[in-house]
Write a protein that binds this ligand. Structure first.
Ligand code: ATP
Ligand code: MG
Length: 198
């Protein structure tokens, strides 16, 4: 299964320029109050396409941009790098990055990042090198790519504070819907319904 291997944050909340590597296996983020644990999770949710700034604990999207000494930077950008060796994401690259940038005027853009192999001549020898490619994409394309590894901003792969109580309080029917969503069954139900209508 594809896994998140790195989180890069530039001018995002309390992170001026941070590159976080995530080791394989269980990962916990530890730190004193106000050190940026929740901001890191907000960063992940931001890239996955959250449509509400409030759910990222900001009044507006441009308030996610680092504010320091009475001044705000011009933009904030967070990039998630996934290990895609199993090609679960439909991009022909071992590493796939997805990124979201918000500018001070509130504009939001999404980017897809991948590696392409290129042959170069060095001292008369032909060598294969990896070249990083990056293109601006629509949000729907990002949602499509992350959907292939069962990720979504509003899905149940991220359980935020308070979500657990909400799940406990749901009716059995609603709880069944949540389980269908997590197990990936819901996607087939939706496709089945769509096919019936066609
Ligand atoms: P706790 O243990 O209390 O939950 P935490 O590690 O989760 O703490 P965060 O909520 O991630 O802490 O970080 C809060 C800090 O982030 C605060 O000091 C806040 O001032 C800072 N912060 C939030 N938004 C911005 C911003 N736009 N610019 C600069 N700093 C910011
Ligand atoms: Mg916190």
């Amino acid at each position: 299964m594809a896994s998140l291997s790195e989180i890069h944050m530039k001018n995002f909340k309390s992170f001026k320029n941070s590159k976080l590597k995530i080791p394989d296996g269980f990962t916990a983020i530890l730190g004193p109050n106000g050190s940026g644990k929740s901001n890191t999770i907000d960063g992940i949710c931001f890239v996955l396409g959250k449509t509400s700034a409030k759910s990222l604990r900001a009044g507006k999207f441009n308030q996610l941009i680092t504010y320091h000494n009475g001044k705000r930077e011009n933009f904030a950008e967070v990039t998630l790098i996934f290990d895609n060796k199993d090609r679960k994401m439909p991009v022909d690259s071992d590493k796939v990055g997805i990124s979201r940038k918000v500018k001070i005027n509130g504009d939001n853009n999404y980017y897809l990042i991948w590696n392409e192999e290129k042959e170069v001549k060095e001292n008369g020898e032909i060598k294969t090198v990896k070249e990083e490619k990056r293109k601006k994409v629509k949000k729907s394309e990002i949602l499509d790519v992350i959907g292939k590894i069962s990720l979504s901003a509003d899905g149940f792969n991220i359980i935020l504070q308070g979500d657990l109580i909400k799940i406990i309080d749901t009716t059995p029917n609603e709880r069944r819907k949540i389980i269908d969503e997590i197990s990936g069954v819901a996607e087939f139900d939706e496709k089945g319904e769509k096919a019936k209508k066609e």
